[in-house]
Design a protein. Sequence first.
Length: 487
Amino acid sequence: MSSQAKRLATGAGWLYAYRWGERLLDLISIIVLARLLVPEDFGLVAIAVSVVAIIEGLSDFDVNKALIHSRSQDDELFDCAWTLSSLRGLLTALLMVIIALLVSEPRIAAVILTLAVSPMLKGLSNPKFVLFERRLVYSKLAWLSLGTKGVTFVVTLVLALLYRSYWALVIGSLSGALSSFVLTYALRPYRPRPTLARAPEIFAFSGWMSLTTLVTTLAMETDKLIVGRLLGVADAGLYFMTQKVGVMPTRELISPLQRLLFPSFSEMAGDRQRLRRVVVESMNVLASLSLPAGCGFALVANDLVPLALGQQWLPIVPLLVVLVPFLGLRGTLSMALPCVMALGQTRRLFHVSLIYALVHIPAFVAGTALFGLMGAIGSIVLAGFFYSYLNAWLLHRCLDISLAEILQQLRRPLLATAAMVLAVWSIGHWLPGAAVDGSGDGTGSWLALTTKVSVGVGVFGAILISLWRLEGRPAGIERRLLQMLPR
């Protein structure tokens, strides 16, 4: 195994270790909070957080990706990045205060005012902490993330147990932002100085990325506002929980790899053929993780939701059954974003994001207005298929990767996932509790849940390895996993 492959393997190990640690805390938090708070509490916070996210997106200027792409070690560049981030944080906080004064709902206005501190803390964070990510040294990032998540977890649950109020979510989030700010300097001491000398260099990369983030935020963060406006705060809470739970199975498998791929692709950007080979192989790796995770979660949602969250959240089960398999399919081409960023073609990312926003927002409004929550989820799925096509187009334009090559890399994971779905669906009707098709008493069954998971994992793994051997052991996740095993 090459030195870079070893660094990637080590970085991936740290990434998955801390991400799964975070998600374990998230899962415990969701389970407890879902039983302490009501959907309206989640709806209020979701609407307020959406307003905050939109404001942050409108003023976004992600300097970290520019620093990773630059590869420069000059302190002046990092000082300039810190200055720009600090100014952006202050501007965002001022905009949040102004918006809060205009909001008619006093509870939402109070939440927005409280959260205005968060972007200032984020903007003042240590700019040199990004060097750990650039060098694929994720152990420090693990300490930062787990420390932040731990503080958020403890503060949120303690306040929720004491007061049973949505303010537990708000104060918990703010405490996490404060701890993150402190830890960036504690783990990597540095004293930044204000300067704008290298601003043109940072703007050259981050300018189009900022526009991309702006349109992406408008497309992705206005959904809770739309649901709250058209369907009410309680439905906004159900929609928020659907999104929160629905992204967990695929995000925690895909996001660490996406974060790892950008600095790795940036190192290969000068060798297009090598980059092309790695990107093509990464499709197979991502598909082998996201497809079974998404479809498998949908198969056990009828048991998992009542057991973990309680019966008051049963209305989100049919929404999850539609949403999560699509998220698994969308994850198969999620390497397109780090690939295009590594090549510096951020202008194309902006154009694709703009086109998707123009399709997604009208579809979401129409679907929600006509068909309620199921229409909202259905519109996400339909617009998402179009987004996957746009990602395939990006890969073709940037690295000349054809649709046939994409399908070739997806073939084994798709067939193995189909076999898994058929097997779990077949045994679901013979198990106690909620069956795969939604029949049952609505209470769920631990026996059914563990049986479905065990059968699904076994069938998927067996079929995937068998197909890999029949095809002559080509490059893919199977070979990568075997290389990581001790001789």
